[in-house]
Structures are given as C-alpha cells and as structure tokens.
Design a protein around this ligand. Structure first.
Ligand SMILES: NC(=O)C1=CN([C@@H]2O[C@H](COP(=O)(O)OP(=O)(O)OC[C@H]3O[C@@H](n4cnc5c(N)ncnc54)[C@H](O)[C@@H]3O)[C@@H](O)[C@H]2O)C=CC1
Ligand SMILES: O=C(O)CCC(=O)C(=O)O
Length: 430
C-alpha cells in the first residue's frame, strides 16, 4: 500500500494528530538549532524542548437538555524561569495535547522577543463552541477554571483569549476565579471587557501588531502599502481588524475567508460591509454565493498574504504556488518548516508568527500591569507603547537574520529562546 493511500485512509482525527505532532517536532527542531547557534549545550535543549508542566482535565458540563457532557481540556506551562506563564485558551474541536504544548512553547518565545516578564503558557478545550448555547459555554468556562485553578493565578499563570474565545468568556473565567479565591482578581486573566479591568486596545492588539510588522516588512522590500494587494485567511479577532487597518491604510484587501471559504474581488473588497456581516465566530462567507476555497485563497495573486486562522495552512504542497512576496503570520503555526524553507529559497519575506502575532500578548501584559497598579491608561498610551515594542522586536530580528544569514523564523527563535535560557541558567536549573 502506498504512503498516499495510507494517508487517505487516515481519519480526520488521525490526520490532525499527525499535523500537531509535526508542528511540535518542528518547533523542537528550530529550538535546537537556535540554542546551538547561541552556543548552549544539550542540557539546555533537554530543559526547553518540552513544557515543564501539562495538566489534562475532564470537565463535566450540564447541557441545556439536562444531559451531562464531559469535555477534555489542557493547560500547558512551558517554562517559568522568567516569571509567571502567560497565554491564551482555545475552544476548538481540533485542540490536542501536542498542539497545546507547541502553543505554550511559542508563548515563551513571544514573551522573550517582546521582553515581557513572562514564560509561555497555553490552554485549550476540545469542543465546538459554535454548537453550544451561551449558558453551556458559561458552564464550560467556569468548569475549566475550577479544574485548572491549582496551577493558575495572577502570579502563576495568566490566561487570555485565543481561537473561539472572547472577552465574555474571559469575564466568566475571571468571575469564577474570584469566587474560588474569595477576592476580586482582575489580574488572573487578560482580554477582559473594559468594565472588568480590561485594557484599551487589547481587542485590536493582535491586528495592530501585525499591521506594524506589515509596515516594517513593506519598507524592507522597498514597496508601498498604499495600493498593495492583501489577502487575509481568517476573519475573526486577528483577521477582521487587520482587514480594517489595511483598508484604512490604503491597501487593497482583495480576499478574506473564514472556516467555510472566502470572497475575492481583484478590485478590492468592501471591508466595512463584511465587518458588519460577520458573526462572533468570524464567519460571513455563507452569506455569499460566489465563494472560493481556503486553498484557492492562499494561492491568489497578491503582494501580501496574511494567514490569520489556524495552523498548517502553508505546506510543501502549496508553498511553490504562493504568489505573495511578503507573508506575515498572524496565526500561530500557519506555515510548516518545510514550507518555510521553500518560501525563503524563493526570496519571499516571511515574518514569523512568534513576532508578527506578539501584539496580543504585549497588550495583555499592559492589561495585567494596569490591573496590578489599579491605574488605567488611555488607548493612545497603549498604542504608543505597543508600537515601540513591535518595531524594536522587528528590527532586532531582522538585523539578526541578516547578520547570521538565516531566515526570520530562526532569528526570532534565537531572540525568543535566549531570554528563557538565560533565566534558567541564572537560576541554576542548567
Ligand atoms: N486573538 C488573539 O489575541 C491572538 C490570536 N492569535 C492567533 O490568530 C489566529 C486567529 O485567532 P483569532 O482571530 O483570535 O480567532 P477567532 O476565533 O476570532 O477567528 C478565527 C477565524 O479563523 C477561521 N477559521 C477557523 N478554522 C479555520 C479553517 N480550518 N480554515 C480557515 N479558516 C478557519 C474562523 O472562521 C474565523 O474567521 C489563531 O491562530 C490564533 O492563535 C495569535 C495571537 C493572539
Ligand atoms: O494575550 C495573551 O496573553 C496571549 C495571546 C495568545 O494566546 C497568543 O499570542 O497566541
């Protein structure tokens, strides 16, 4: 039987598991390469190749029809040498252990790149929130916090939103934690609504950070953002605000998509119209008859491509067909290692996820600082601070890539892992 036949015969779950493992092993490969380039020994790699802690929980939830459904959730903490761990919680049917572990490692790298006083953490629950009622989601969110409460907290591990979670879910989680601890704990979680201690700018922070990276990348390529054709995969928190910022900056957003497919207009889409029509899960395409697939969208003729949905979208299967000259990864893990090599060889400037999507955690940090001090900043103050962090991070990584003649992903790993490695070394762990 050929390899192709075996792959075709795999169930969707098996294929997903294989992709997650591939993502996880690729992450370890780049970490090893980065540590070797920085001169660390194999003991440091042994410490940093895996999360220090992974909690798997089973969460019983009473559904609206009276039955009880038991969900599986995870919280992974990569390394807490720098400080408390930090990272989002994902509600998605494809969540699995390898993916959550990889996502927590990337959070360490993002916090290292942006110089935040955190290590990386990440959580997820295997569920499909699109098929659950508001009250079922509330019970699941509260159940998750009860299940992981021993290992999280404002000075231990601070959750935040990610795919299919939002400020309402953060509010329920914060309320549940406050009940358990019997005091008001706004710093337990970030991405909260403003009235509950959220920060101005957190809602749009990931897209703002991506926009700053796009601006810097365009300058490096000697191009102009005005009139540039932009394609965005995903129209949720990251993708939809990004479409708006690109449109406002004079770029031509020619295609956007959601999980079901996308819309394309070579003359530029009416972004405000689409924003009005998307639902809280970033879905809009089912309202249109004339749609394209996500596969087609990635290969469209354009100048800038932004994957802003899920992982494993640009692979060795389609990397040679990508037309964009700049790719900025808003999503976590959208490009495989094999595809990164192909794109780099083709001279495409690829701004990696752990840099491009770091705006979210940066403003989450600002939210936590504001919660801790009980004094709140204006949107302008937040944006000014975010811009400084993102431009400094981009420049450092771009320069390092040039100096070492490596791609920006490896350069970003080198910057990100160094802080974790040094903190671990000074603590005497290695
Ligand atoms: N929200 C945040 O602050 C941050 C998000 N990210 C990353 O950005 C990406 C998007 O996250 P959010 O916008 O927050 O999520 P979201 O839940 O708001 O939106 C997700 C979007 O992706 C689409 N999507 C889901 N599955 C898909 C598939 N199989 N193919 C194509 N599209 C699909 C959805 O339809 C939706 O438009 C994720 O990889 C996330 O980890 C990274 C850093 C921070
Ligand atoms: O805002 C945060 O703390 C984490 C955001 C996140 O999960 C990510 O950057 O992938």
């Amino acid at each position: 039987m050929s390899v192709k036949t075996v792959i075709n015969e795999m169930s969707k779950e098996q294929q997903k598991e294989k992709e997650s493992l591939n993502l996880y092993y690729s992450t370890q490969t780049v970490i090893q390469e980065a540590l070797t380039k920085l001169g660390y020994n194999s003991e440091m790699y042994e410490l940093l190749k895996e999360p220090i802690r992974l909690l798997t929980v089973r969460i019983p939830v009473r559904m609206d029809d009276g039955t009880v459904k038991v969900f599986t959730g995870y919280r992974s903490q990569h390394n807490d040498a720098v400080g408390p761990t930090k990272g989002g919680v994902r509600f998605h049917p494809n969540v699995d252990e390898a993916e959550v572990k990889a996502l927590s490692i990337w959070m360490s790298l993002k916090c290292g790149i942006t110089n935040l006083p955190y290590g990386g953490g990440k959580g997820g629950i295997i569920c499909d929130p699109r098929k659950m009622s508001f009250r079922e989601l509330e019970r699941l969110s509260r159940g998750y916090v009860r299940a992981i409460s021993q290992i999280v907290g404002p000075t231990k591990d601070i959750p935040a939103p990610d795919v299919y979670t939002n400020s309402q879910i953060m509010a329920w989680m914060m309320d549940e934690y406050s009940r358990l601890r019997e005091f008001d704990s706004p710093g337990f979680i970030t991405g909260k609504p403003l009235v509950l201690g959220g920060s101005h700018g957190r809602e749009t922070a990931t897209a703002q950070g991506v926009t700053i990276c796009i601006n810097e990348a365009v300058k490096k390529k000697g191009k102009d953002l005005k009139g540039a054709r932009v394609v965005i995969q995903g129209f949720g928190n990251a993708g939809s605000y990004l479409a708006k910022f690109m449109h406002d900056a004079g770029a031509k957003v020619v295609a956007v998509s959601d999980v079901y497919g996308g819309v394309y207009d070579p003359d530029g889409l009416d972004i405000n119209y689409l924003l009005d029509r998307r639902d809280s899960f970033g879905t809009f395409s089912q309202l249109f008859n004339d749609t394209i697939s996500n596969k087609e969208l990635l290969e469209l003729d354009c100048d800038i491509l932004v994957p802003a949905a899920i992982s494993n979208q640009i692979t060795e299967e389609n990397a040679a067909n990508i037309k964009a000259s700049i790719i900025v990864e808003a999503a976590n893990g959208p490009t495989t290692l094999e595809a990164t090599k192909i794109l780099t060889e083709r001279g495409i400037l690829l701004v990696p996820d752990i840099l491009a999507s770091a705006g979210g955690v940066t403003v989450s940090y600002f939210e936590w600082v504001q919660n801790n001090q009980g004094y709140y900043w204006t949107e302008e103050e937040v944006m000014e601070k975010l811009e400084k962090v993102m431009i400094r991070s981009f420049d450092t990584i771009y320069q390092l890539a040039q100096t070492h003649q490596v791609d920006m992903r490896l350069a970003a790993y080198m910057v990100g892992i160094k802080k974790v490695a040094e903190a671990s070394r000074f603590r005497g762990w290695v």
